[in-house]
Design a protein around this ligand. Structure first.
Ligand SMILES: NC(=O)c1ccc[n+]([C@@H]2O[C@H](COP(=O)([O-])OP(=O)(O)OC[C@H]3O[C@@H](n4cnc5c(N)ncnc54)[C@H](O)[C@@H]3O)[C@@H](O)[C@H]2O)c1
Length: 369
């Protein structure tokens, strides 16, 4: 039995089903959505090698015809060339508005395919089948889709909700430890932004999750999705509360750009470092006690996660240059820096007009650590 989290968005409502073994049951899971027994799958090379044969077999057993496009692995895939290729392939496959596209992979595949489906024939339905922890707890839910630009991350995109999310927690068994821990950065974020009790749980159970404990993974994914669904229901297009999900992301996006969206820093690793910096900044601005950033850093370190800027291999730009990268962030309004800051663990809020000098100070100290 899967855990089911509903995302209630009127005509765009859908379910997130979470549990081990859902992929083997994919035909039954998606059948009610199909108007003809045919789907197009987009995935990446690594996921294709590990999970595509099983998915194709399960679909065939259900009498569902499927064709698949396999994209290169990595963040650099999330850009115009592979996006164009995907849209053209879907057209060549004669995918129609009544058809269903399956995004099988991590956040890179999910974001790109979701955006392709948003623009293909002015909107085609799609199912998110997230295969990384990050994608299961975050990117597959909520309808943010898009690709990167040379000007920055996620700058081209659309809101396009999936018709269903199937989060098979057993597929995480093949995820390398570094990617599992990177996804954990987004899990911790939920505790930090709005559920101190969940952070307590993670402090106790995080090490078991890092050992791929199935029950802890199921609980962590379910609680994370519940939190994300609630926020998305209240603020689908990020007019207010949804911005809280960007805790740590203003720092993260600058660091990802500074490291060229490369293997030097995975997105979830940047989120973890960014959350630590956001709590540091909150403390410097007198918003929270020193205990909060200290506790967070202690937890990230105990999990063996990247916590400080010095954990990123290679040189980084100086504090002023990192601040300049933040100015491109989507959260900048009228040139003013908006950050998600916190009054304590589980108490994040949107802070308008954060003094740039304080940000520079925090970054300078972090670069010296
Ligand atoms: N849309 C949103 O709301 C949202 C939210 C958070 C992050 N994101 C985006 O998500 C992306 C990061 O996602 P990600 O961390 O999943 O990266 P990813 O998609 O690059 O996947 C990470 C790596 O894991 C591999 N992989 C995936 N599933 C696997 C499995 N089961 N077994 C073995 N290997 C597997 C992939 O091939 C890849 O090498 C970023 O582009 C980020 O901007 C989007």
């Amino acid at each position: 039995m899967a855990n089911i989290v509903a995302v209630n968005l009127g005509a765009r409502s859908y379910q997130v089903r979470i549990g081990p073994g859902l992929l083997g049951d994919i035909s039954a899971q998606i059948s009610p959505l199909l108007r003809r027994k045919r789907v197009a799958i987009v995935t990446d090379e690594t996921v294709a090698a590990k999970h595509l044969p099983g998915v194709l077999q399960a679909l065939a057993q259900g009498g569902i015809a499927a064709s698949a496009l396999t994209l290169p692995v990595g963040e650099s895939t999330k850009a115009w060339p592979e996006f164009t290729r995907t849209v053209e392939w879907l057209l060549a496959e004669k995918i129609e508005r009544r058809d269903l596209v399956i995004a099988l992979g991590g956040g890179v595949v999910g974001d790109l395919v979701g955006f392709a489906c948003a623009v293909l024939r002015r909107g085609v339905r799609f199912v998110q089948v997230p295969t990384t922890l990050l994608a299961q707890v975050d990117s597959s839910v909520g309808g943010k889709t898009g690709i990167n630009s040379t000007h920055g991350k996620n700058l081209i995109g659309a809101f396009h909700q999936p018709s269903l999310v199937l989060a098979d927690t057993a597929v995480l068994d093949t995820l390398p430890p570094r990617d599992l821990l990177a996804g954990y950065g987004e899990v911790v974020k939920y505790g930090l932004l709005g559920d101190a009790g969940f952070f307590d749980y993670l402090e106790a159970q995080g090490p078991a999750l890092a050992r791929y404990d199935a029950d802890v993974i199921l609980n962590a994914v379910t609680r994370s999705v519940q939190m994300k669904a609630g926020i998305v229901e209240r603020d689908e297009t990020e007019e207010g509360e949804r911005a809280l999900l960007n805790l740590g992301h203003t720092f993260c996006h600058a660091l990802e750009q500074a490291t060229g969206y490369s293997d030097r820093l995975l997105h979830g690793e940047g989120v973890a470092i960014g959350c630590a910096l956001a709590f540091e900044l909150s403390q410097r601005l007198g918003l929270c006690a020193q205990e909060a950033p200290s506790r967070l850093r202690a937890h990230l370190k105990s999990m063996g996660m990247k916590t400080d800027l010095c954990d990123i291999d290679g040189d980084l730009p100086g504090a002023e240059a990192l601040l300049a990268l933040m100015a491109q962030d989507k959260k900048v309004i009228d040139g003013k820096l908006r950050f998600i800051l916190a009054r304590g663990i589980g108490q994040a809020f949107v802070a308008e007009d954060v003094p740039p000098a304080s940000v520079v100070q925090v970054l300078q100290d972090a670069l010296r650590r």
